[in-house]
Structure formats: structure tokens, C-alpha cells
Design a protein around this ligand. Structure first.
Ligand code: AMP
Length: 941
């Protein structure tokens, strides 16, 4: 159904605004567009200029322009007049603008931008003269699809961009919009603000008023209809107004009062004399007929109108009514659908549907009244018509069934339509993620009554519709069929809960492996097993319970890879708030993500800046394809991606304290050794997970570790592997993070888990020195030389000897002598358990001979209780479960994983997340207590 887009009948305008600016009310009209009058404020000292230009039809138009591309840190604001929202709950802003390509401006590198920001501010005051910039909430960063390169106006008009954004406005009577320029060369050509309504509609004889759509993009507004004149309620009429202005799901409705019939959705008066039998008997008792009653004669002038496999029959009342008014009509044959009904018809019209295509039918209409004999009308009381139905499309497919459901695939099968109406040439399967609705769907065609659907996202509800096609065209789609993908990589065969068949093709040959269900499938590329560029030598054998990382670059289509591992998010569910960093591909912002049925969460949003090449898009999205494969409390979690609209975005969990190096520098000397070790433990736990998945990070450094508000450290930045693979020798040496990279990786690109271990040693050093730059201001060349000569970083101030020794172990020249992440994790856990003996000695003291077997010591007596902890995080319902499974101390919790929880019956994902996040916090505070005890027990020197 077409959308009902309506311009808000409001006065809106474009105005200039800047903090401390002096405003004047301007009177110039920017233009009049379909009832939209645009007035404006002019800001005296702001950078936006009001400029007249000619449009492509040589008609003068007013624009607002800004082009401060040479100076850094621009923030130029332009705002509209107050716009009353007139009951709208979500408004749409359509902006037409042109934008100059930064590359076409000489000498502006770094300062020139290709985006601007759109903000809004809800207010009851229609005359605010001064609004603080900080009061505005960001709707979005707007990038151009097309940027122009020459100053020529004609060229610029050709590259007009139209972007539409929408935002919920529910709190005040109206709102202001603002445009923030951050250093781009832009001309704003027009701004339209509108909202959507579901138009006045009549369904099932009930009128539904013109209704504003709801506040959320997924909201349905329930509307009660009122029965049209001369009709009464059969069942409460209701419909839902969808966010796109479409009416959905009509329920209930009204029926015509006696003597009235429905025609084309409205009531048409037919003949007033027809009353119901009850009324007639009442009338009869009052007015006795003078002549005896008789059955009626046959109805007259029966005409038919064929529409594919439906027929409308209409006739006139019999010539003789037999002295009575209680006439009723019946139609024949049966086994077809009559509307409003087959017999007892008061009206002289009936619609017959579900007939066979290309078939000859004879219809008979009989008339009866209260004195007619028998159950059917006699021949003399009937009239007939013979007709042939047309060719028709097949009826909808029914009985869809799903089987072999896995994380990403499902097999569907269905029945042939009841009325195929010809030979079925093919079936079409349309499917989409339920929460995406039909905004983005995929189509698959098949000649058989089944289809294998692949490439689905795990644990996602999908909606399927199937329709058939004959020579007469497509039939209607089936009713929606929903099912959810699961988290299993493979479908279960029979009832073998622990085993399943994995068909794995290796080097062109096909091998059948019987493995545990927890093993994840390996990627295929043109029939070849490929773990691509990971080092096979270091690769783990395919162990039950181990997931293997799949290189997204083994996919020819990057979108297929990203959708395999990442969930597509509708951009309207993301609310960007502020810029928090600059990444390689564009800005990193923070904001909120609200997904249907889930609570709103704070997220980080990385966007791909406008003007990107295919390669940049692929590289940008590859990080999401990698991140999406990981699921660990110390690895940054991917929430999803936006690829189907611009800008392309990657959404991850938000880490309040940003990157670890900056965070530590800010808090120099403020943490206890135990807290620092807690951070290191988190990082190594994440790295162990990655190496178990055979993923080599290649850029492990404190700048690529993010810290959340609970001081939990998570490994991030999964972009470097791709960079280092692709680059030429010269580019490679400039890209490689020398100070963090193992000598063999620098020398001959030997990246392995052991080279990540080297980097981990450097991260340990960064952490213990509160973000100091490794090797200070030595040049890269000097660093390489020093390492080669056997030089290693000295212990940072107050660093326990054992930790420095662990760093030295990570920096063993021969990589086979470096500890694995599992070993490092065990060492740190032992240090944490025995801090009094292991973490006390710092710097100058005698080094511990070998850290792989740290010195034992008296176990710490725990004052911590699982009960209090669970109570504190609102999870006390799991007290018995965890205690029974032996999780009674912080030590035991160290090993707790999602799988462990699932196996003991903690299956709710949000509960699992909460427990895991809190475990790290518990450990930190537990260690803090130990630290305090240690200090208390220390003898002053
Ligand atoms: P990246 O492109 O990953 O290097 O990100 C650039 C910067 O954005 C980082 O140095 C962080 O300061 C910030 N950032 C990236 N991701 C997040 C996140 N998930 N939470 C908070 N800040 C982030």
C-alpha cells in the first residue's frame, strides 16, 4: 500500500545559531514548497551564509552555505524556527544538499570534512532566542552519496543529495532542528519536515480515522473503527496503523442492518421493504393480508461478471412476491465460497469465489418466502446462468514446514496450492528477519516444493512467504511462516545428542567426520577447505569444543561474510549521541541502540566515511565479520552492522573508559598491583580465547584494549591482519607496529600465536608502567637493533619481579620458548591466588627462577560469599545451582564460561552475560582485599 506522506502543516524555517551569537529575525523567504513556508533567523556572526543560486531550471533559490575547510575544529550551527509537531510522534527530515569532495580542494588534508550533523531539540517554547548547543540531541551524522569536485554550479546541482532521517518527538509541543557543520563545504538547498499517517480508511464496514503513526519505527497503533451508517458491530472492529503509514491486520467488523447491503465497501441502500422474519411476523400480526400468500416467482435478469476465478451474480426481485415481503434467495452449486452467504440472502447480489480456472459453471438463483415448500426453490422459482471462468494465478501455498535448522540454514518444504489453476512453473520464497519487517528481504526461486535457505543469522527469527507461479502469473504469497535459527552449527541427526555428521570438503576431497555438536563448521571456498592465511603450522587440530575462526576474506562477496557473522541492524534503531574517537575509516561515536523486545543499550558506532572505495568498504566490514565470530567477556562484543543504508556502520558494546593506554595515563599511579594484574588477566583470557580459535591478532597493544566502567579489559581492533597481508614491502614496514611486534614477524611476517605472546609481553609492560611508550623515544630502527642485540625493556617502577620475569619469557627470541596464553593465564591466576608470596617483590629483588612453575604459598582464606555476590547482582535465584556445581569461591568462578553455565541450567543469555561481567568485578575487589591484607601485614623497612 502506498505510504501516506504528509507535509506537516506548519511553519518551519532555517535559522542560524551559534553560541554567544546575536540573532536577528529575518523575513526573507527561503521558498514555498507544497505548503511549506520557510522563514528564517539570520545569525550575525556565524559561518553559514545565506546565498541565492539558480537551480537546474534557472529559478533562483535560497541556500545556506558554509565552507571553512582550511581551519581545524569547526563547529558552525544553523537552526530552524520552532516546528509544532501537531500530534506527530516521529518526524521525518528530508534534506537536500550539495557537498564538495575534500580531495578536490588542494592543501586541506585533515581539516576538511565530508559530513555534517543533524540535531533536534524538543521544546514547548515557540520563540527560543538562545538554545545551548549541548541541549540539542544528535539525530545523525549525514554524509553525501555524491560529492562534487568543481565549483561550477551546474555540476553542483547535478550532484544534489537527498537524505531523510527520522526521530521520535514525543515530549514537547514542538521542536527545533539544527545543522552542525564540522568543517565541510556544504550548501543546504532545502529542508522538509513531515510525518506519516495511515489514511482514513473503511474496512469491514468500519471507518478508521486518519491516524498518526507511532513513535517507534516498529510500533503499531491500535485503532478502533466505528461502524458505517446503517450497520452494526459484529465483532469490535480494530486495525493497526504501522510505522510506514500502512493499515495492518483488520480484526472484527460490522454487518449491514436488515434491508441494506454492502457495496464496494460502503453501504448502499437497496430496498426498504425487506425486513427480517421476526419483524415481518410482527407486522403480519398487525396487518393481515387480503389475499392468501404464495411462493414467489423466479428472480429476474440474472447477470454475471467473471473475474478470474470469481463471479459476481446480480439479479432483480421476482415479478410476483406472492403477497409477502419475506423473500430470500439461494444460489447453487456448493463447494465454492459465497459471499456474503449461499442461502437466505436478503440482497440480490452474491459473490462466488474459489472456482476452478478455465471451467464452465452454471449458477442457479432461487427465490423463497415463508410459504415456499421444501428446502430448495422449485424450477419456476429459479433463474440460471452459465459461464466459464478465466485463467487465474495459483492460490496461496499452505503448510510450510522447516527442517534441519542450524545457526545459519534451514530447509523448507511446502504443499502445492489447493488450486494450482495450471502447471506450476516455479515457487518463489521471500524471507526476512522478523524485526526488520519487509524493509529488507531476500528472494529465492525453486522449481521444487522445497528450498534450502542458507546464510541466515544465528538465533534470529525469520519470516518466510512462498508463492507459486503458473503461466497465468504469480499467486498470492502464503501467510507468514516464522521460525528461529538456533545456535547449533549443525542440525541434529536422530536423537544422537552428542554427535552429528559434519560434511567437510578438504582439498577437493570429501571427508565425513563424526564430531561433537559444539564444533563449528569450517568455511568453504569453491569447494576448498580454507582457513586462508592463518599459519597452519600453529593451527589447532579440530578438537571437539573448539571453534575455528573463519577468515572473511575467503568470501568473494564481503556482504555475505558480514551477514554470516553479524546481524543487520536497522539504522532507525540507533541514536547517535556524540563523537568519541577517530578510527581509520571515520568517526567513532557513542549512542543508544534499541532493538525490539530488548532494553536500550549504550553502544559505540564506527562509521565508514563518505566517498569510500569498494576495497575500503570491504576492509571496514571485515572487522565486523571477524568480531562477530567471537563471544567472550574479554573480547569486544559486536552488536551488529548497518550495511543497507548509508553511512555503513559497525555497532559494538560501549566501553566507558575508552582505550587502555589513554586510560592508564590519565590514572597514573592510582591502581593497586592487584588491580593491574586483574586487567592483565582479562586481556590474556581474551587472547587465549582468540588463539584457541586459531585467530592471530597481530596488533595487540594497550591502545587496542578497551576498558569498561567496571575496569574489565576487552581486546578490540581486528583490522590489522588484513592490512599486513595486503601491503607491499614498503607499506608493510611503515604499517607494522614495530615496538609491539615479535622479531620474526618483523623480519619475515611470521605471525603466530607466539608472536601475539611477544606483543602481550609489551602490553604487560605498558600496563605496569601506566601507559608509558615502549622503548620511549627510541626510533623503530634502534628498537629492532636493540632487540636483536638481546636488549629487553627493564621492569617498570614498582613492578613485581615475577611480572617482569613473565614479560621476559614472552620476549624469548626463539618463539617456541615463549609461554602460551593458557600458561600465562594459569600463571596470573596463581599470582592472584598467592599474592603475598608472589607479588610483593619489586624491581631490584632477586628474580623468580622460572615463572612457569610459580612458588606455592598458603591459600588465602576467603571472606567472600557466593550468596552475597549473587544477591548484589540480583541473580540469587542461581545460588543453589552455582553452589551445587562447586562455584563457591572467586577462584572457582575464574573458570566459569557460558557453556559451563548452560550445562548447569543457567540458560538465559542476559543472565549469563551479567554473571560473567560481574565475575571479573568480583575478582578485582577480592584481589583488592587481599592487597589490603598484604599491606597490613608488611613490616616497615
Ligand atoms: P578504533 O577505530 O577501534 O581504533 O577506535 C578509535 C577510538 O574510538 C578508540 O581509540 C577509542 O577511543 C574509541 N572507541 C572505539 N571503540 C570503542 C568502544 N567500543 N567503546 C568506547 N570507545 C571506543
Amino acid at each position: 500500500m502506498a505510504l501516506d506522506l504528509r507535509l506537516s502543516q506548519v511553519r518551519t524555517g532555517v535559522a542560524a545559531m551559534r553560541q554567544n551569537c546575536n540573532y536577528q529575525l529575518g523575513t526573507t523567504k527561503l521558498g514555498r514548497k507544497r505548503g511549506l513556508i520557510i522563514g528564517m533567523f539570520v545569525c550575525v556572526c556565524c559561518q553559514w551564509e545565506e546565498v541565492s543560486i539558480m537551480d537546474e531550471k534557472n529559478i533562483p533559490i535560497r541556500t545556506y552555505q558554509v565552507c571553512n575547510v582550511m581551519e581545524p575544529s569547526q563547529s558552525n550551527w544553523l537552526r530552524t524556527d520552532w516546528i509544532p509537531r501537531s500530534g506527530a510522534q516521529r518526524i521525518y527530515v528530508e534534506i537536500k544538499f550539495t557537498l564538495r569532495d575534500c580531495n578536490s580542494l588542494p592543501g586541506v588534508t585533515g581539516t576538511c570534512k565530508e559530513t555534517f550533523n543533524l540535531y533536534y531539540y524538543e521544546s514547548n517554547n515557540d520563540r527560543e532566542h538562545y538554545i545551548r548547543e549541548s541541549n540539542f540531541l544528535k539525530i545523525d551524522t549525514v554524509a553525501a552519496d555524491e560529492s562534487f569536485t568543481q565549483v561550477d554550479i551546474g555540476d553542483r546541482i547535478m550532484k544534489l543529495n537527498t537524505e531523510v532521517r527520522n526521530v521520535k518527538v514525543t515530549t514537547r509541543k514542538g521542536f527545533y532542528l539544527a545543522f552542525q557543520d564540522v568543517g565541510a563545504c556544504i550548501a543546504l538547498i532545502s529542508v522538509r519536515v513531515f510525518y506519516k499517517t495511515c489514511p482514513l480508511s473503511i474496512r469491514n464496514l468500519a471507518t478508521f480515522p486518519d491516524t498518526n503513526t507511532g513513535a517507534d519505527t516498529s510500533s503499531l497503533v491500535e485503532v478502533r473503527g466505528s461502524c458505517v451508517n446503517q450497520s452494526e458491530e459484529r465483532e469490535e472492529p480494530k486495525m493497526y496503523c504501522g510505522a510506514d503509514g500502512e493499515w495492518l491486520v483488520p480484526i472484527g467488523g460490522c454487518v449491514c442492518n436488515p434491508g441494506y447491503e454492502e457495496k464496494g465497501g460502503v453501504i448502499k441502500f437497496i430496498y426498504i421493504a425487506l425486513l427480517t422474519s421476526a419483524d415481518i411476523s410482527k407486522c403480519c400480526t398487525e396487518t393481515q393480508p387480503k389475499t392468501p400468500n404464495k411462493p414467489p416467482s423466479a428472480p429476474q435478469q440474472l447477470i454475471s461478471e467473471v473475474n478470474e476465478t470469481s463471479v459476481v451474480l446480480e439479479w432483480s426481485a421476482p415479478l410476483r412476491l406472492g403477497g409477502r415481503t419475506d423473500i430470500r434467495y439461494s444460489s447453487y452449486p456448493g463447494n465454492v465460497l459465497f459471499s456474503p452467504q449461499q442461502s437466505g440472502l436478503g440482497a440480490t447480489r452474491v459473490c462466488v469465489s474459489e472456482l476452478q480456472a478455465h471451467t464452465r459453471y452454471t449458477f442457479t438463483i432461487g427465490a423463497r418466502n415463508g410459504v415456499s415448500q421444501g428446502h430448495t426453490a422449485r424450477a419456476r422459482e429459479s433463474v440460471s446462468v452459465t459461464l466459464t471462468t478465466n485463467q487465474a494465478a495459483p492460490s496461496p501455498v499452505t503448510s510450510i514446514q522447516a527442517s534441519d535448522v542450524t545457526r545459519h540454514d534451514v530447509s523448507l518444504a511446502w504443499q502445492q496450492p489447493d488450486r494450482a489453476n495450471g502447471v506450476i512453473l516455479e515457487y518463489e520464497v521471500k524471507y526476512y528477519e522478523k524485526n526488520q519487517k519487509e524493509r529488507s528481504y531476500r528472494i529465492m526461486k525453486t522449481a521444487s516444493r522445497s528450498a534450502d535457505i542458507t546464510g541466515l543469522n544465528p538465533l534470529t527469527v525469520y519470516v518466510f512467504h512462498v508463492r507459486a507461479r503458473t503461466a497465468a502469473g504469480y499467486g498470492e504469497f502464503s501467510a507468514p511462516f516464522e521460525f528461529s535459527t538456533n545456535s547449533d552449527p549443525l542440525p541434529l541427526i536422530g536423537n544422537a545428542a552428542n554427535s552429528t555428521l559434519l560434511l567437510l570438503s578438504i582439498s577437493g576431497g570429501v571427508v565425513l567426520l563424526l564430531i561433537s555438536t559444539t564444533v563449528f563448521i569450517i568455511s568453504h571456498r569453491r569447494g576448498q577447505y580454507s582457513k586462508a592465511k592463518q599459519d597452519l603450522e600453529e593451527e589447532k587440530h579440530l578438537n571437539p569444543g573448539v571453534r575455528i575462526y573463519v577468515d572473511p576474506f575467503t568470501y568473494e562477496d564481503p556482504d555475505q561474510a558480514v551477514h554470516e557473522f553479524a546481524k543487520e541492524i536497522d539504522a532507525s534503531n540507533i541514536h547517535i549521541e556524540k563523537v568519541i574517537g577517530i578510527g581509520e575509516f571515520g568517526e567513532v561515536c557513542s549512542g543508544c541502540l534499541r532493538l525490539q523486545g530488548k532494553r536500550e543499550i549504550y553502544v559505540a558506532i564506527k562509521s565508514l566515511k563518505a566517498g569510500y572505495t569498494d576495497k575500503q568498504r570491504r576492509d571496514f566490514l571485515s572487522e565486523a565479520s571477524i568480531m562477530g565470530q567471537f563471544d567472550h567477556p574479554n573480547i569486544i562484543r559486536l552488536e551488529g552492522v548497518v550495511t543497507r543504508c548509508k553511512p555503513v556502520m559497525i555497532i559494538t558494546e560501549y566501553m566507558e573508559n575508552g582505550s587502555l593506554n589513554t586510560f592508564l595515563r590519565k590514572h597514573d599511579g592510582q591502581f593497586t598491583v592487584i588491580q593491574l594484574v586483574g586487567m592483565l588477566r582479562g586481556i590474556v583470557s581474551g587472547m587465549k580465547y582468540l588463539s584457541d580459535m586459531s585467530y592471530v591478532h597481530r596488533d595487540l597493544a594497550a591502545r587496542n584494549i578497551l576498558v569498561n566502567s567496571n575496569l574489565v579489559c576487552k581486546v578490540s581492533d581486528f583490522g590489522l591482519s588484513r592490512v599486513l597481508e595486503d601491503e607491499s614491502e614498503a607499506a608493510y614496514t611503515t604499517q607494522i607496529p614495530i615496538r609491539w611486534t615479535a622479531p620474526e614477524a618483523i623480519a619475515y611476517r611470521k605471525f603466530t600465536p607466539a608472536s601475539d605472546t611477544w606483543s602481550y609481553g609489551v602490553v604487560m609492560w605498558e600496563v605496569m608502567s601506566y601507559g608509558e611508550r615502549p622503548y620511549w623515544d627510541m626510533s623503530n630502527q634502534d628498537v629492532i637493533k636493540a632487540i636483536d642485540e638481546g636488549y629487553r625493556l627493564p621492569p617498570p617502577m614498582d613492578c613485581p619481579v615475577c611480572l617482569h620475569q613473565l614479560m621476559l619469557d614472552c620476549w624469548q627470541r626463539d618463539r617456541i620458548h615463549r609461554p602460551s596464553f593458557t600458561q600465562i593465564l594459569n600463571i596470573l591466576d596463581k599470582l592472584i591466588r598467592n599474592p603475598t608470596t608472589t607479588l610483593r617483590r619489586t624491581g631490584g629483588e632477586r628474580p623468580v627462577p622460572t615463572l612457569l612453575e610459580p612458588v606455592g604459598g598458603p591459600e588465602f582464606v576467603s571472606v567472600w560469599s557466593v550468596e552475597y555476590w549473587l544477591q548484589a547482582i540480583g541473580m540469587d535465584m542461581y545460588r543453589d545451582t552455582l553452589t551445587a556445581a562447586g562455584y563457591t569461591s572467586p577462584d572457582s568462578l575464574l573458570t566459569l564460561t557460558q557453556q559451563d553455565m548452560a550445562s548447569i541450567g543457567i540458560v538465559t543469555p542476559s543472565h549469563q552475560d551479567q554473571i560473567l561481567a560481574s565475575v571479573q568485578q568480583v575478582l578485582l575487589s577480592h584481589m583488592q582485599q587481599i592487597e589490603e591484607q598484604m599491606q597490613d601485614s608488611m613490616v616497615p623497612v
